[in-house]
Design a protein around this ligand. Structure first.
Ligand code: ADP
Ligand code: ZN
Length: 723
């Protein structure tokens, strides 16, 4: 506690590690966590009183006073510790991490809500509109203005007229709650024996109010969601809060509807697509403990929960959990930390867990709950490969005859088929048949991707867009430009030729003007109103398409052979997810994988269903090579518009690395995409044993190393996910 005139340390939301000293203004007492307004140079900014006594610097008599304390719930101690933890782990200045926790604190003035009830007198004139309003209010209750207008279809003027006539009385209503309370008994599922056992385990962990991490591994359709819903119910029953993290929360209403089917109300939603005033209300509601359940994207970890009892990370293997800019944190790992700091339970759910989580479970650091079967006696899809070397389509086509036949059968049976290709656009590369000219992005080391629907060539790294010319810009030949390879739009073209009668839907993020439109299209598919779906990875994630019985993977090898140590794992997870969309309804499903390498361990694991051998093999490879989680890695990327400058600085940095026999510094080498947005990227990769204090090493190194100047930038990524 700091009294007037005393010095407090304030953390400011800027890229600085240190706090700033200010004086407590007269008539005020400040506590750690208080949100305050201060001036910093010429600016005003919001900051947070940080822990520790103010050290009185020599120039203390020139210290500024805190301007005011804001009427905002203070950042609790567990949040301050979490901010420090994330900062230490990711080597991001504390102020920058704190910024994420201060996203929406300044509540816009609460709009008064107006309601009406029947007044005492009869109006002189009774128009049909007036009659409708009075009829609606005849039940004697207070009706909110908005609802009343919606229900009666009258203009606000009609109501005002009735108020003037004394026939209707306005009533001030309390502000709307930020979210409604879930009804725990609304529609509890009757669980299978395996589900009930898993649910009991999780429920008991939540009730114990101790930190416990659990890997909930269950095949697609096994009911993992139903199981963790019971843990959510327990957290709420105890008067606490639960956070459910989802990788694509902004894209789907399905999860929210499912939650509503179980609990009577939708959970509060938290992601960048939620309107600012709604977010502000939620932020406060969460801080006051009034919002019981939040379903959110990774940024939800920084919400000011008053009494968090449970964190669920659904699809925990999903790479969307890794934030790739600003503080580069992995939301799954930070969810575990967040839970530990508040003595809460954390549940990591997946059908295809990350190698990291599997190893943690094997080591006993996480409990491991397994749901081995689909719910309701449903079978997993039968998976087979189509060997494209012998059974592929004719040149220039991408759907093998066997897959086309399977689609035909599926559609004929009145079911739905999905063709999956993780590539947006029409063709990943366009070249001139005559001179070999290829279209490259002027700002990136990347080919321009033709998007035929939009009639343009697009860079998928910087968004650069150019029209598709008729002439080759290099040899000026006409009509010689040839698309190479398929994207979803090209598959759609082929499908239109093969199945002209099918009702086809293409699900690719770039084809929709808004998330709302995309959500609607996903619902069309879920309802079964389309019988042929062509989609990129966004269809793989957690959707329930009950009419879907066939999944065809156009290019099952796509993610392999990239040299990324996680390539096999990622491909296995993605294909496991997407094939797992089939057969979730009443009819059994099947999947066909088009592959030029059907003997690859990933294909073999999917076909045989022998997940365990796949994990055993991957884990052995990681252990042998000292790759994560058997070793630690970090990358330092040096960026500059001038390649030579980036390289020179990277070399200087590498030379300044303190010697340590346990650690290897690899590089500098060009990053896999050497130039993005005109900036060259040189990279150093650090590899160290598991118990190596990598962050301490980097901190000491950078403190003594030359600092980037001018345009040079340095990005640090601990546990990088992309190579
Ligand atoms: P997962 O998350 O493991 O893929 P889900 O929780 O989505 O599995 O369950 C798959 C389907 O089975 C869903 O439609 C779900 O409603 C249904 N289901 C699972 N368990 C039950 C249950 N105990 N009672 C009724 N339906 C269930
Ligand atoms: Zn580009």
């Amino acid at each position: 506690m700091a009294n007037p005139g005393e010095v407090v340390e304030i953390m400011l939301p800027v890229a600085l590690e240190r706090t700033y000293s200010y004086r407590v203004p007269f008539g005020n007492v400040l506590m750690p966590g208080d949100v305050v307004r201060v001036t910093l140079g010429p600016r005003e900014t919001v900051g947070v009183v940080w822990d520790g006594d103010g050290v009185l610097p020599a120039s203390s008599n020139r210290l500024k006073y805190v301007e005011e304390r804001l009427a905002v719930p203070p950042l609790r101690e567990d949040m301050r510790r979490f901010i420090e933890w994330v900062s230490n782990w990711t080597l991001t200045p504390r102020g920058m991490v704190m910024r994420m926790a201060l996203r929406a604190p300044e509540l816009p003035p609460e709009k008064p809500r107006l309601g009406y009830r029947l007044g005492g007198s009869e109006p002189e004139r009774l128009t049909p509109a007036r009659r409708r309003v009075l009829g609606h209010l005849a039940d004697g209750f207070v009706h909110e203005k908005k609802a009343l207008i919606e229900a009666t279809g009258v203009s606000p003027g009609v109501i005002d007229g009735l108020v003037d006539a004394g026939a209707v009385t306005p009533v001030a209503l309390p502000p709307e709650p930020a979210a409604r309370m879930p009804d725990l008994d609304f529609a509890a599922a009757s669980l299978s024996e395996a589900q009930a056992r898993a649910a009991a385990d999780l429920t008991q962990k939540v009730a114990a109010r101790r930190f416990a991490a659990t890997l909930l591994e269950g095949v697609t359709g096994s009911g993992k969601t139903e199981v963790y819903f019971e843990a959510v119910a327990e957290a709420v029953r105890q008067g606490g809060q639960a956070l459910i993290m989802l990788p694509e929360i902004a894209l789907t209403n399905q999860f929210l509807d499912r939650f509503a089917a179980r609990f009577g109300v939708r959970p509060a939603e938290w992601h960048s697509g939620v309107a600012a005033n709604k977010r502000a209300r939620l932020w406060h509601g969460i801080a006051k403990g009034e919002v019981a359940v939040v379903a959110g994207a990774r940024s939800a970890l920084f919400l000011p929960f008053a009494d968090l009892r449970l964190v669920v990370v659904d699809e925990e293997h999903d790479s969307a959990y890794k934030q790739e800019d600003g503080p580069r944190y992995h939301a799954r790992d930070m969810a575990v930390v967040r839970a530990r700091l508040v003595d809460a339970a954390v549940v990591l759910a997946s059908a295809t867990p990350s190698i990291e989580s599997r190893v943690n479970a094997d080591r006993g650091r996480y409990d491991h709950l397994i749901l081995p079967e689909r719910f309701g006696g449903r079978s997993l899809p039968a998976i087979a490969a189509i060997d494209m070397r012998s059974g592929g389509p004719e040149r220039g086509r991408f759907i093998a005859p066997r897959l086309a036949e399977a689609v035909r059968e599926t559609i004929a049976a009145g079911d739905q088929a999905l063709l999956f290709l993780n590539r947006r656009g029409y063709a990943p590369l366009t070249l001139c048949r005559k001179c070999g000219h290829r279209f490259q992005c002027p700002h990136c080391t990347a080919w321009l991707v033709e998007h035929r629907f939009r009639k343009s060539l697009v860079c998928h790294h910087c968004g650069h867009t150019a029209p598709v010319p008729r002439q080759c810009p290099s040899c000026e030949a006409e009509d010689t430009l040839t698309p190479c390879g398929p994207g979803v739009e090209r598959i759609a073209e082929e499908v239109a030729g093969l199945f002209p009668q099918a009702h086809t839907v293409i699900l690719s993020s770039d084809l929709f003007a808004s998330t709302e439109k995309l959500k609607q299209e996903l619902e069309t598919v879920a309802r079964g109103d389309a019988n042929l779906v062509i989609g990129t990875q966004l269809v793989a994630k957690g959707h329930n398409f009950p009419h879907l019985t066939l999944v065809g993977v156009i290019d099952a090898d796509l993610g392999l052979g990239t040299g990324d140590p996680r390539a096999a794992e990622r491909t296995f997870q993605l294909l496991g997810q997407v094939t797992g969309r089939a057969g979730r309804g009443d009819k059994p499903g099947r999947a066909l994988l088009q592959s030029y390498d059907p003997g690859h361990p990933v294909m073999q694991a999917l076909i045989s269903g022998d997940k365990e051998s796949f994990y055993a093999r991957e884990i052995a490879i990681r252990a042998q090579a000292g790759l994560p989680p058997y070793g630690r890695m970090a990358s330092l990327t040096i960026l500059d518009e001038d390649r030579a400058k980036a390289e020179t600085f990277a070399r200087l940095l590498a030379k300044a690395a303190p010697f340590d026999a346990a650690l290897r510094v690899l590089g500098p080498a060009e990053a896999p995409i050497a130039v993005i947005r005109g900036r060259h990227r040189m990279r150093l990769i650090l590899q160290a044993p598991r118990d190596f204090a990598l962050q301490d090493y980097i901190r000491a190194w950078l403190a003594a190393a030359p600092k980037p100047t001018g345009q040079l930038a340095l990005e640090i990524d601990i546990d990088p996910m992309n190579f």
